[in-house]
Each structure stands twice: as structure tokens, then as C-alpha cells.
Design a protein around this ligand. Structure first.
Ligand SMILES: Cc1cc2nc3c(=O)[nH]c(=O)nc-3n(C[C@H](O)[C@H](O)[C@H](O)COP(=O)(O)OP(=O)(O)OC[C@H]3O[C@@H](n4cnc5c(N)ncnc54)[C@H](O)[C@@H]3O)c2cc1C
Length: 406
């Protein structure tokens, strides 16, 4: 297994790191200022000019769409090559958006690159690749346990040349962004088809009659402006049949392809966040003194720091293994590893952020350090993209297959 950094990756890592230090970190306070205080009135949310300016700079520096392995559309990097860049991006809250590498747009772009037809790519993919628009992914539903995606009740019904959407979705991340122009909706088209061939994915422009954003859901009491997480109702939303991606009944097949690379991105960003938390913990605990010693030398703090280093390095190696397998044998051959990292990385970053908060004392939960908002963000990753238990179930299934009789 070889996942050492190529010369190309090393060059990009330096460029991304330099851009982060010279452009993004100095602009972050202005971005925070512009986003402003928490506010559920999403109709009034604005796209921060600081972000748009940073995006323009990143694009002209060639640091754009780095996540896309298809060189016709993006940087043409493999998962192994992109993973360390995602880790660097994970050390700030806004970097992945600056480089046009943020969810859910990344997953939606991947879907449109792989499964979209020419007209869908021209109309919906190109503006996303340009960073002019944002998008949303409508899968989770308030009425059913969505950990099991086959529970989905929303419908995408074919009628002549049209497809009609009905149902309620929630946790629709990005739907509050003023530049969010469309979503990819998943719903049941043929309830009599085999379990994984019932659903379709459909492109739904946000201004279609019958699409209503009912509310934004707060996460730990914050609305994640300006993207937000919405509850959205679909009531007899009529769209041309051409809006179906790849064809009726192919929703699960597309979802499978969509989730693999996204999990590498998420997990490497978690590792970046864990690295930042460890750095902050070391800086604080070596500078502050109690009972006559630096905090780092009190009680079990040295062990906490050592364990953080061990766990970060283990999680990174596991994630790189998953990336390597995806590059060499594909998503199907990397199923167990993809689930393993999705359990390990968010839990690891959460633990280290929690320990860093503790070592900062009261300052750790204030806004003087990014730890509190990092904690809230990382906590959601143990649910988003499937809760830990569902991934463990998948790992166990693959493991037990070797032993259980059919
Ligand atoms: C911040 C955030 C952003 C999100 N963004 C999006 C988005 O953009 N688009 C989208 O479609 N969805 C999104 N989601 C939704 C997310 O994917 C779902 O919340 C997740 O899949 C779980 O579904 P559920 O909430 O219905 O939980 P449920 O299915 O009700 O599960 C609840 C709990 O049951 C337990 N459980 C479930 N299955 C098992 C099992 N097999 N074994 C043991 N215990 C089990 C787990 O503890 C689980 O957390 C987002 C969620 C959050 C929090």
C-alpha cells in the first residue's frame, strides 16, 4: 500500500497552507462579523462578501474544485492526493467553501459529473463548478427513521412526460443560502420494484411552485448562517421528466457512489480539526501555570496529549488506507474501511476538542477560541451521513459474512 505524498500533492499542500495562512485566517474575523449574530430569519440572510472575495482569489490561484477527480471538471486528483488537502482545510471553519470544496455541493457536483446528462451539466453543474450557485441534498425525512434510507416516504411519481414530487424533508443543509438554486431530491418512484431500485434522484429548482422552506433547524441553538439546515415541504411539485438523474429507480445506486469520496473529505477535515485542537491544547497548557507548573505537566495531562497524538496518527493512516482502496479497487472494495473511518474520525476529533476545551478552562467554551464551535460542528458529524451505529452495522456485516452461513 503506497499513500506517500506525490510531488504534485506536496506542491498543492504548500499552496493551500500558504493561502490559508495569508488569505483565509486574516479574513476570518471579517467573515464572522459579516455573518453576524444568530438569527432564524433565513429570508434575510446574505452571502458574505468576504467569502465571495476569498473564492475569487482562490480560483485565480488555481486552488479550485480540488476534490474532483475528473480533470475535465476539477483538479484531477485521486482520493489519496486530495485527502491531505482536505485535512488542511479542516483546520478552519470556512476554508473548504473558499476552495469550492464544501458539502453538500461537492457530493452534488460528483453526482452531476458522473450521472448527469449534457443538459443537466450545462444548466446545473457548470454554475456550481464556477462557485456562482450553491445546492442542497434532500434525503432525510422528519417522519421516518432515516438511518434506514429504505424507510423514505417522499414520492417522485412519473406521469407522462412529468415527474411529481411530494413529501417532507429536513436537515437540508445549505437550503438557507441566498445562492442556493437547486436541490437533488430522493423519492420513491416504484414501490413495487426491488428495495434498492424504487427511488429516483430528481433535480429540483428551489423556485419551483410547491417547494416551501418551512423553517430553519438550529444546531445546538445556532442556525449555521448563511447556509442553514431547513425543513422543506414538497407539495405536488411538477417537473419535466428530464430532471431525473440517470433514470428512474437509480437513486440508491447514485447515493452509493456519492457517499464514498464525501466520507474521505469529512474524515480528513475531522483530522484537521483534531490537529488544530491538539495544537491549541499544547500551546495553552505549556503557557499557563497552576500549582507551580505548566498545566501540561499536571495530573494526567501529558497522557491526554500523548493519546491525542497516537489517535490522530492512527485515524489518518486508516483514512489514507480507505482513500487508497477507493483509488485502486473502488468504493465497493473499500466499504468496510469507509465505514470504519466514519466512526473513528468524528469521535476522535470530538474527544480531542473536548479535552482541549477542558485544558483551556472557561476560555475553552468562549468565543475567544474556536473550540466551542468546532465541538458543535464535529458532534453533528456523528449523525450526518449516517449515525455511527449504522456504520458499525455495516462493518460487522462485512466481517461476519466470512463466518455466517447463508
Ligand atoms: C447538522 C446535520 C446536517 C445534515 N445534513 C443533511 C443533508 O444535507 N441532507 C440530508 O438528507 N440529511 C442531512 N442530515 C441528516 C442525517 O443524515 C440524519 O440525521 C441521519 O442519517 C440519521 O437519521 P435520523 O435523524 O432520521 O435518525 P434515526 O434514523 O431516527 O436514528 C436515531 C438513532 O437511532 C439509532 N440507530 C439507528 N440505526 C441503528 C442501528 N442499526 N443500530 C443501533 N442504533 C441505531 C442511532 O443512535 C441513531 O442516531 C443532517 C443531519 C445533521 C444533524
Amino acid at each position: 500500500m503506497n499513500f506517500s505524498h506525490s510531488a504534485k500533492t506536496q506542491g498543492l499542500m504548500k499552496q493551500v497552507r500558504d493561502f490559508l495562512e495569508n488569505e483565509i485566517l486574516p479574513a476570518e474575523p471579517a467573515w464572522l462579523e459579516e455573518v453576524g449574530n444568530d438569527d432564524p430569519n433565513w429570508q434575510e440572510w446574505k452571502a458574505p462578501a468576504t467569502m465571495e472575495a476569498l473564492k475569487a482569489k482562490a480560483r485565480s490561484a488555481g486552488l479550485w474544485n480540488l476534490f474532483l477527480p475528473e480533470s475535465d471538471f476539477g483538479a484531477g486528483l485521486s482520493n489519496v492526493e486530495y485527502a491531505p488537502l482536505a485535512e488542511i482545510m479542516g483546520t478552519t471553519l470556512i476554508a473548504s467553501e473558499v476552495f469550492n470544496c464544501s458539502a453538500p455541493d461537492t457530493g452534488n457536483m460528483e453526482v452531476l459529473v458522473k450521472y448527469g446528462n449534457q443538459a443537466q451539466q450545462d444548466r446545473w453543474l457548470m454554475p456550481l463548478l464556477d462557485g456562482r450557485t450553491r445546492s442542497v441534498f434532500f434525503m432525510t425525512e422528519p417522519g421516518v427513521a432515516s438511518s434506514d434510507a429504505t424507510n423514505m416516504e417522499a414520492t417522485a411519481t412519473l406521469k407522462g412526460d412529468e415527474i411529481i414530487l411530494n413529501g417532507r424533508k429536513w436537515w437540508s443543509t445549505g437550503v438557507g443560502h441566498p445562492n442556493c438554486e437547486f436541490g437533488i431530491f430522493m423519492g420513491v418512484t416504484d414501490p413495487n420494484a426491488p428495495r434498492h431500485a424504487q427511488h429516483s434522484m430528481v433535480i429540483v429548482p428551489m423556485n419551483t411552485p410547491g417547494v416551501t422552506i418551512k423553517r430553519m433547524l438550529p444546531v445546538f441553538n445556532l442556525y449555521d448562517k448563511p447556509s442553514g439546515h431547513g425543513e422543506v415541504w414538497f407539495e405536488n411539485v411538477v417537473l419535466p421528466r428530464e430532471n431525473i438523474i440517470a433514470g428512474p429507480g437509480r437513486g440508491f445506486e447514485i447515493a452509493q457512489g456519492r457517499l464514498g469520496p464525501g466520507r474521505i473529505h469529512h474524515c480528513m477535515r475531522c483530522i484537521g480539526a483534531a490537529e488544530l485542537a491538539l495544537r491549541l491544547m499544547c500551546e495553552r497548557s505549556t503557557q499557563r501555570v497552576a500549582f507551580g507548573k505548566p498545566l501540561a505537566l499536571l495530573g494526567g495531562n501529558g497522557d491526554i496529549i500523548a493519546n491525542a497524538r497516537i489517535n490522530i496518527d492512527m485515524a489518518r493512516l486508516l483514512t489514507m488506507k480507505a482513500a487508497y482502496l477507493m483509488d485502486t479497487v473502488g468504493v465497493k472494495g473499500a466499504m468496510s474501511e469507509i465505514s470504519q473511518i466514519k466512526v473513528v474520525a468524528p469521535q476522535l476529533s470530538l474527544d480531542i476538542i473536548d479535552q482541549a476545551i477542558q485544558m483551556h478552562g472557561g476560555a475553552g467554551v468562549s468565543n475567544d477560541f474556536p473550540l466551542a464551535s468546532m465541538y458543535a460542528q464535529q458532534r453533528t458529524l456523528r449523525l450526518a451521513d449516517g449515525p455511527d451505529e449504522v456504520h458499525r452495522r455495516q462493518i460487522a456485516k462485512i466481517e461476519l459474512k466470512k463466518y455466517l452461513k447463508k
